[in-house]
Write a protein of this length. Sequence first.
Length: 394
Amino acid sequence: MPSTILFDDPKIRIQLLPFTYTRPVAGIRCGIHTLAEKWADRCHSTVSFQTEAYLAIKYPENISGDNLYINGALCPDDHLTGIVKGLPHGNALVSGNGEIMAVRTHSTWKASDGTNGLSVVEYAEPFTMIRNVWDIFGQNGAQIKIDYERIASLRKSVGITDPFTHCYKPENVFVEEGAVIKASILNAENGPIYIGKNALIQEGSMIQGPFAIGENGVLAQGTKIRPNTTVGPSSKVGGEVSNCVVFGYSNKGHDGYLGNSVLGEWCNLGANTNNSNLKNDHTNVKLHSYATNMLADTGLLFCGLMMGDYSKAGISTMFNTGTIVGVSVNVFGAGFQNKHVPSFTWGGAAEGCMEYRFDKAVAVAKDTVSRRGVAFGQTEEDIMRVVFKNTRGQ
């Protein structure tokens, strides 16, 4: 069995900032699982990563005499998986527009090498690639369905036992062991609903599929979940949420609206935090581009908030349509916030912003993580330090 290595396409990695400041591309969650988890399941093996040097200690690359490199932004399906796993040595699988999808070699290979010295095989079938941050929520509903079908084909749901929970199309609902659902409404008529191990759906929650909640996730009382939403493991969500992805270990526990948005890990939105996801003039949403340091046209009418790891918003914070918040930001105050809040920023548009002291940012991150019983060590601090240095003055 070859060593499966998920590589960061340099161009795509920049387009997926701020989320790829703190993880490889394949660490992004879309659907029920992260892209890395999808490939590990399909390849029946552990995966390693070819990523930025400062991330490599936490996400190492494990090579052997038989290496299968897979683009970390690629979402697997049955047909694509078969082609990738059967790729001969010395060959590169390439899309019609020249993107390298996979490489099979007896030796090491770097994404910067391109297809030099390799035989090129063109892949002409449709496929899904997470190229931009808005693809994360844009592809989420379809990915929930694909992930759900695979889970349901391999395991059996424990079912819903609560007599006060009403379910529309219960055959499209999968419940893992230990999950608790109380007096809620689950509507899986237009897409499946996945309830992870030991998840808690509290009283009065209303869920429309496609929807997924990961292990130990919580929906607070009266939560309204609209379609195409994922709540990652150990996250708590309340209020109204529509077409969003919460990576994991993040909280939006109170009332307030979040739509067409992505939250990284260890984020917190204060009570009554809201975001806009549609411009008043109904023109396309423009989003800050880390590649050009300018606004980029998403081509979308609906696009909300993209928030990097360890960032927090104070109570009643308002985010404008198409807002990017970087890593380890503490944003608060009256009025709409700036459409780009750089990493390690403290403050808000009305009160003014200053640089978040690194020692204070690390202390808060450590406390946030330790509250969940998760280790935050020197490796995590070193990653934050590099992000701090690389984003200073942006």
